[in-house]
Write a protein that binds this ligand. Structure first.
Ligand SMILES: Cc1cc2nc3c(=O)[nH]c(=O)nc-3n(C[C@H](O)[C@H](O)[C@H](O)COP(=O)(O)OP(=O)(O)OC[C@H]3O[C@@H](n4cnc5c(N)ncnc54)[C@H](O)[C@@H]3O)c2cc1C
Ligand code: SF4
Ligand code: SF4
Length: 1014
C-alpha cells in the first residue's frame, strides 16, 4: 500500500520553518516556540529516542489548534499532539509541529455526579481531576503511575492502564466519548454508535467505511487480536467485536471513541474527552506477601487473583534494594518486609464496609498458609501506610532509572502481557535470555494482569541496539507461544510500531493503514507511529546514538561521583572519575534525567516552583536538564553552557533543591545551576546588580557602619525607582534593612580561647542573620544557654587573611556562579570550625540555605575530608534541639504562649534535607501550641531572586500558589513561623499594609516561650 506521509524535515528547515512560525504567530494566541532550544526540549520523551520537531505550539484555545491544523495542512507539515510527554515508546517525538496542550487546555468541564461522568480538556492531569472528584466521592480509576503528570489526552492517546486495571479496565473501558478534530478540519463527537446518526457527512462516510473494514476483517480479528485485557498495540480494530477479556462497553455495543483511544495521536486531535467515573472505594486493605523467590511469587499470582483483589503488584529484590537506598522511601519499604524477601506482592482489597477488605485480607493470610508460606503477609489496614507504600511502587521505574553510568534500563519489552498461568515460566526464561546477552532486568508491577514491567540494562551508545533487537526477538517468540500481547501498556511509538505487523499479521496491518488513511488522508497526524513505522534500532533516532560526544569541560565543582560506569550483571559501579566523561561527570549527572516528567507534579512537595508558576517546559527541571544536555553535547551551538539558551532556561530556577530530593533519579538542578553560571559569568561577566549582591559579605561591614545611608534606597522617595532603573532591583520591594547593632559587633568583640575550648555548641552566624536580623542570633544564644549548652560564637581564625571579617558560607557567590570566591569563603569556614568539630562540638546555624551549604556544596568544592567531617557535625538549631530532645538530654523550660496556634512555612532547603520534622518537634515542646504546616513549595523570594525586577511577577505568583493564601487565612493571633530569611521577607513584603504579617524564626518563638518561664 502507498504511504501518504507528509515529508517534513527537508522542506521545513530554514525559510519555510520561519514562514510557518510567522504565520502561526499571527494566527494564534498561544506560544509559538521555534527556537533551537525549545525544539530541543520537545525532541525527547521518556523513551530512548530524540527527533527534532519542526516547531512547538502551546495553544491557548481549541481555535489555536484549529488554526494550526489548517496551516499545517496547507504547508504539508505533520502534527504531533502532546500532553506531559511521559510516553516510553517515543510516540511523542517526531519531525512535526508539536502541539503541547498541557499548559492551557486543562479545564474540567461538565460534571454529572449522578451519572458519574465528566468532560475534560486533553491537558487535564489525572491527579488534578481526581482532586476535583474526591469531594464528590468519585474518581477516575485508570490510576497510572505517572498520575501526577499524565494528561487525560495522553492517557487516551496511549490507552493507558493503571495498577487497578483488573478491577476497572484500561482507558478504552473508561472513555465514553471523544470530541475530535481531524487533519482535514472535520469535527465530530465520536461516541456510542447509536448516538452518531447526526455526524457530518465526512464523518458518516468514515464510520461507514470503518464498519465495512470491521465486518470484512471479523475472522482475522478473532484470529489475531490477543484475548488478554492488557493489549494496547495497533488500533482497536475490534471495537465492533471486542477480543479483550473485558468488553469495551457494559452492553457490548460499539463505541467509535474506542478506536481513537490508543491511536497515539495518529488519527485525530482530541479536543475533549467524556469519561466514565467510579465511586471512590470506601475502604481498602493491603496485604504485602513476602516471597523467598521471584518464581514463587509468579506462581502464586493466579491463586491470589482468585480472591478478587483490586490490584496485585510485584516489587522484586533489586527494586526493594534501590528503594531502601533512597532516603525518601527506606522507612516505608522496611515496614512492608519480613526478613530479606526476593520479591513482594502488594495485594489490595477494596470494599464498601471496613470489615469487607479486612475479611479478605484474612483469606489472603490463609491462602498463603495453604500455598506453603505461612507468616508471609504484612497486613496494612492503615490508609496512610498503604498510601506511602503505593508511592514507592509508583516510583518503581524511576527508582530503577537512578542507576548511574551509561547502561540504563531500556523500555522495549517492558509491558508484554502473558496469561497468568505462564507468568512464572515467562519470567524465568526471559531472565535467562538477559543473562545470555550479558545483562539483567528488574521485575515489577502488574502481576494481576500478567503485565510485568522489565527493562534490561543496555548501553545504547555502545552495543545496546544489537542486544535490544536480539532480546526483543526472543521475547516476542515467547509472547506468541503464550498467546500474549507484545504491547500491553505503553503503546507502540517508535520502539514497537515495527512489531505491529508481527503481532497482528499482514492483513490486519493493511487494515490499520486503511483506517489511518480514512481518518488522515494526507498523513499529517503523528506519522510513523503504529503504521508505517521505523525500525526500533534505527540509531539515527536515538537520544544517545553510538558515537554520542560530550564537550570537554573543566568544571568548577566536583562531579566525579557521576563519572562512573556500571556492570549490569554484577550490579557494581566503577570508581568515581572513571566513567570517561570529558565534562568530569557533569554531563553524566545531567543525563540522569530520563524525561519521565515527574517534575511536572503540582500539588505535593517542592519540585518545581518555577514550573508551577509558569507551566512552561523551559522552566521545568526536565526542560533545564534537557537544555544542559543539548548544550554539553554541542547541540545548541558553540557557546554551550555559556549560551543564552542555558541562561534563559536556568533564569527562573530558584535553587530550591526540591529536585535534589524529589526527582527520582536525583537530578540536582540547584547545583547544576551553579556550574552553568560559573561558565556563563566567565564568558560574559556579571551585571552590576549580581556583582553587588554576590559581594555582599565583603561590603556588608561598611554598610553596617552607616546603616542610615545604606537604607536610603528604602526611605528616600524615588530611590526605589532609581534602584530599579540602575541596578534592576524591583521598585515594589523593600530591601532588607541594615542594622547598626549587628550580632557579631557585640558578641564577637573578644576572642576567649578558654571559653571556645569548653563550648559544646559553636554558633555559626550567617551574613543575613548578623546584619539584618541579629535578634535571631541573640535568641539562639538565649535558647541554647537555657538548654544548658556552653555556646561559642564562631569567628574566623587569627591566621585568616581577613580575621576580623565575619564568616560566610559563600552562598551569595554561589548564586552568581562565582565559585572561586565561594571556595575562599568555604575554606575560611572550614578552618574556623574544624577544630571545634575535632574536639566534639556541634556546629549550629540558623539560616537553612547557609547551614546546608556546609552539608551540600562544601562537599563538591575540593575541600577533602575536612569538609566531610564538618558536614556530619553541622545542624540547624532545630535539628540540634530535636536531637538532644530525642536523646533525653534537653531540659528547656518552656511555658505556654498567649498564641495557641502556629502556621509553619518550611524553607525549601529544610524540606530537601528532611529537617521539617525537627521544627515541628521543637515547636511541639511548647505547651498548648497547635502547629499547622503549610503545604507550600518555594515562597518565591529565594535569596535575591524575588528582589530582581525581572523576577518580581513570577516571585509573587509562586508565593500566591499556597503560602500567601494560607498566611492570609490564618487568624491574627496565629504565629507565623518561617526559618528562612527570604521567606520571612516575602511574607512581610507581600502582606504590607492592612493585614500585614510578620513571620518569626522558630528560635524566636522558643525564646518567647522561655521568657514566660522567667
Ligand atoms: C515512570 C513512568 C511510569 C509509567 N507508568 C505508566 C502506567 O502505570 N500505566 C500506563 O499506562 N502508562 C505508564 N507510563 C506511560 C505514560 O506515562 C502514560 O502513557 C501516560 O498516560 C501518558 O500521558 P502524557 O500526558 O504524558 O501523554 P503523552 O506522552 O504526551 O502522549 C501520549 C500519546 O497521546 C497522544 N496525544 C496526547 N494528547 C493528544 C490529543 N489531545 N489528541 C490526540 N492525541 C493525543 C500523543 O500524540 C501520544 O501519542 C509510564 C511512564 C513513565 C515514564
Ligand atoms: S528532572 Fe527528574 S523528575 Fe524531571 S523528568 Fe528528569 S528525571 Fe524526571
Ligand atoms: S532547584 Fe527548584 S526551581 Fe530549580 S529546577 Fe530544581 S525544583 Fe525547580
Amino acid at each position: 500500500m502507498s504511504a501518504p506521509v507528509a515529508q517534513p524535515l527537508a522542506s521545513h528547515r530554514g525559510r519555510s520553518r520561519g514562514d510557518l512560525a510567522a504565520r502561526l504567530s499571527r494566527a494564534v494566541e498561544g506560544d509559538v516556540l521555534f527556537d533551537a532550544a525549545s525544539r530541543g526540549r520537545y525532541a525527547t520523551d521518556a523513551s530512548i529516542y530524540q527527533v527534532e520537531p519542526v516547531g512547538v505550539l502551546v495553544p491557548k484555545t481549541a481555535d489555536d489548534v484549529r488554526a494550526a491544523i489548517a496551516l499545517c495542512r496547507e504547508q504539508k507539515v505533520p502534527l504531533l499532539p502532546r500532553g506531559a510527554g511521559s510516553s516510553q515508546c517515543g510516540q511523542t517525538v517526531g519531525a512535526a509541529l508539536v502541539i503541547d496542550h498541557s499548559k492551557h487546555l486543562s479545564r474540567i468541564g461538565a460534571f454529572d455526579g449522578a451519572a458519574m461522568t465528566v468532560e475534560v480538556e486533553p491537558g487535564v492531569v489525572l491527579d488534578q481531576l481526581n482532586a476535583f472528584l474526591k469531594p464528590h466521592g468519585l474518581w477516575f480509576p485508570v490510576d497510572v503511575s505517572t498520575s501526577a503528570q499524565a494528561t487525560l489526552g495522553g492517557m487516551a492517546g496511549n490507552n493507558s492502564c493503571g495498577s487497578r486495571s483488573i478491577a476497572y479496565g484500561n482507558m478504552v473501558h473508561n472513555v465514553l466519548a471523544v470530541d475530535a478534530i481531524l487533519s482535514d478540519g472535520a469535527e465530530a463527537r465520536f461516541g456510542p454508535e447509536r448516538e452518531m446518526g447526526a455526524a457530518p457527512t465526512r464523518v458518516a462516510e468514515l464510520l461507514h467505511r470503518l464498519r465495512a473494514i470491521g465486518e470484512r476483517e471479523r475472522g482475522e480479528i478473532e484470529r489475531k487480536v490477543p484475548k488478554v485485557l492488557r493489549r494496547v498495540g495497533g488500533y482497536n480494530i475490534d471495537v465492533c467485536c471486542p477480543q479483550s477479556e473485558r468488553p469495551y462497553t457494559d452492553d457490548g455495543s460499539t463505541n467509535f471513541a474506542h478506536l481513537l483511544v490508543g491511536s497515539e495521536g495518529t488519527l485525530a486531535w482530541t479536543r475533549q474527552l467524556t469519561l466514565k467515573l467510579a465511586p471512590l472505594p470506601a475502604h481498602r486493605a493491603l496485604g504485602v506477601v513476602n516471597f523467598p523467590t521471584l518464581s514463587r511469587a509468579m506462581e502464586s499470582a493466579r491463586h491470589l487473583v482468585g480472591l478478587g483483589p483490586s490490584a496485585v503488584e510485584l516489587v522484586d529484590a533489586t527494586m526493594i534494594g534501590l528503594a531502601r537506598g533512597n532516603p525518601a522511601f527506606r522507612a516505608v519499604i522496611d515496614r512492608a518486609l519480613i526478613g530479606e524477601p526476593d520479591a513482594i506482592l502488594l495485594v489490595e482489597f477494596i470494599g464498601e464496609t471496613r470489615e469487607d477488605p479486612v475479611r479478605r485480607l484474612g483469606e489472603l493470610v490463609m491462602l498463603m498458609g495453604d500455598l506453603g508460606l505461612p507468616g508471609s503477609v504484612v497486613e496494612m489496614t492503615d490508609a496512610g501506610a498503604q498510601k506511602a507504600l503505593w508511592e514507592v511502587r509508583k516510583a518503581g521505574l524511576n527508582i530503577m532509572m537512578s542507576l548511574k553510568g551509561d547502561g540504563k534500563p531500556v523500555s522495549f519489552i517492558e509491558d508484554c502481557a502473558v496469561p497468568l498461568e505462564h507468568l512464572g515460566e515467562y519470567v524465568d526464561r526471559l531472565t535467562q535470555v538477559f543473562a545470555k546477552h550479558g545483562t539483567r532486568g528488574t521485575w515489577y508491577a502488574h502481576a494481576s494482569v500478567g503485565t510485568l514491567h522489565v527493562r534490561p540494562i543496555l548501553d545504547m551508545r555502545r552495543d545496546g541496539a544489537a542486544k535490544m533487537r536480539a532480546i526483543a526477538e526472543e521475547a516476542s517468540a515467547m509472547v506468541r507461544e503464550y498467546k500474549g500481547a507484545f504491547s500491553g501498556e505503553h503503546g507502540d511509538g517508535l520502539v514497537r510500531s515495527e512489531w505491529v505487523g508481527w503481532q497482528f499479521g499482514p492483513r490486519l496491518t493493511r487494515a490499520f493503514e486503511e483506517i489511518k488513511d480514512l481518518f488522515d488522508p494526507a498523513g499529517l497526524m503523528n506519522p510513523g507511529k503504529i503504521v508505517r513505522g521505523t525500525r526500533m534500532d534505527d540509531a539515527s533516532l536515538f537520544r544517545f546514538p553510538p558515537g554520542h560526544r560530550t564537550q570537554a569541560l573543566a568544571t568548577a565543582l566536583d562531579w566525579s561521583a557521576w563519572d562512573v560506569q556500571n556492570d549490569p550483571v554484577a550490579g557494581t559501579l566503577t570508581a568515581p572519575g572513571t566513567g570517561g566523561d570529558p565534562a568530569g561527570g557533569f554531563a553524566k549527572a545531567v543525563e540522569m534525567c530520563n524525561n519521565n516528567g515527574h517534575c511536572r507534579k503540582f500539588d505535593a512537595g517542592t519540585m518545581c516552583p518555577s514550573y508551577r508558576a509558569t507551566r512552561d517546559e523551559e522552566h521545568l527541571t526536565r526542560g533545564r536538564a534537557n537544555t544542559l544536555r543539548l548544550a554539553l553535547s554541542g547541540q545548541l551551538g558553540a557557546e554551550a553552557l555559556a549560551s543564552e539558551a542555558v541562561r534563559s532556561a536556568l533564569d527562573l530556577c530558584v535553587s530550591c533543591k526540591g529536585c535534589r530530593r524529589e526527582c527520582p533519579t536525583g537530578v540536582d538542578m540547584a547545583k547544576m545551576k551553579i556550574e552553568a553560571l560559573y561558565h556563563r559569568q566567565r564568558a560574559h561577566g556579571l551585571s552590576s546588580k549580581d556583582r553587588l549582591v554576590a559581594n555582599l559579605p565583603r561590603w556588608a561591614p561598611w554598610a553596617a557602619r552607616v546603616p542610615w545611608l545604606a537604607n536610603l534606597r528604602n526611605t528616600l522617595p524615588g530611590a526605589a525607582r532609581l534602584g530599579e532603573a540602575w541596578l534592576g532591583f524591583a521598585a515594589q520591594r523593600r530591601l532588607p534593612a541594615w542594622r547598626r547593632d549587628t550580632f557579631l559587633r557585640d558578641a564577637g568583640a573578644q576572642r576567649d580561647a578558654a571559653a571556645a575550648a569548653n563550648a559544646d555548641v559553636v554558633l555559626f552566624v550567617d551574613t543575613f542573620t548578623n546584619y539584618f536580623e541579629p535578634e535571631n542570633a541573640r535568641a539562639a544564644v538565649n535558647v541554647l544557654r537555657a538548654a544548658g549548652c556552653h555556646v561559642h560564637v564562631a569567628r574566623a581564625v587569627e591566621e585568616d587573611v581577613e580575621p576580623s571579617r565575619p564568616l560566610c558560607c559563600g552562598r551569595t557567590y554561589l548564586a552568581a556562579g562565582l565559585v572561586d570566591e565561594a571556595k575562599i569563603e568555604a575554606r575560611r569556614v572550614v578552618a574556623a570550625l574544624l577544630p571545634h568539630v575535632q574536639r566534639g562540638a556541634a556546629i549550629v546555624g540558623l539560616e537553612p540555605s547557609c547551614l546546608f551549604s556546609l552539608r551540600d556544596e562544601f562537599l563538591v568544592m575540593g575541600l577533602g575530608e575536612a569538609a566531610q567531617r564538618l558536614s556530619e557535625n553541622a545542624f540547624l538549631i532545630e535539628e540540634f534541639l530535636a536531637r538532644e530532645h530525642r536523646a533525653g538530654r534537653l531540659a528547656l523550660p518552656l511555658a505556654a504562649l498567649p498564641q495557641k496556634r502556629a502556621l509553619l512555612h518550611a524553607h525549601c532547603h529544610q524540606k530537601a534535607f528532611d529537617a521539617v520534622a525537627s521544627v515541628q518537634q521543637v515547636l511541639a515542646l511548647i505547651p498548648d501550641l497547635a502547629v499547622n504546616l503549610v503545604e507550600s513549595s518555594c515562597c518565591g523570594m529565594a535569596g535575591s531572586f524575588g528582589y530582581d525586577a525581572a523576577h518580581y511577577a513570577v516571585s509573587v505568583r509562586m508565593a500566591e500558589l499556597a503560602l500567601l493564601p494560607a498566611v492570609r487565612a490564618a487568624a491574627s493571633d496565629t504565629l507565623i513561623v518561617a526559618d528562612g530569611t527570604s521567606c520571612r521577607h516575602q511574607i512581610a513584603d507581600l502582606t504590607r499594609g492592612a493585614g500585614s504579617r510578620e513571620a518569626l524564626h522558630v528560635v524566636r518563638v522558643l525564646e518567647r516561650a522561655l521568657g514566660r518561664t522567667r
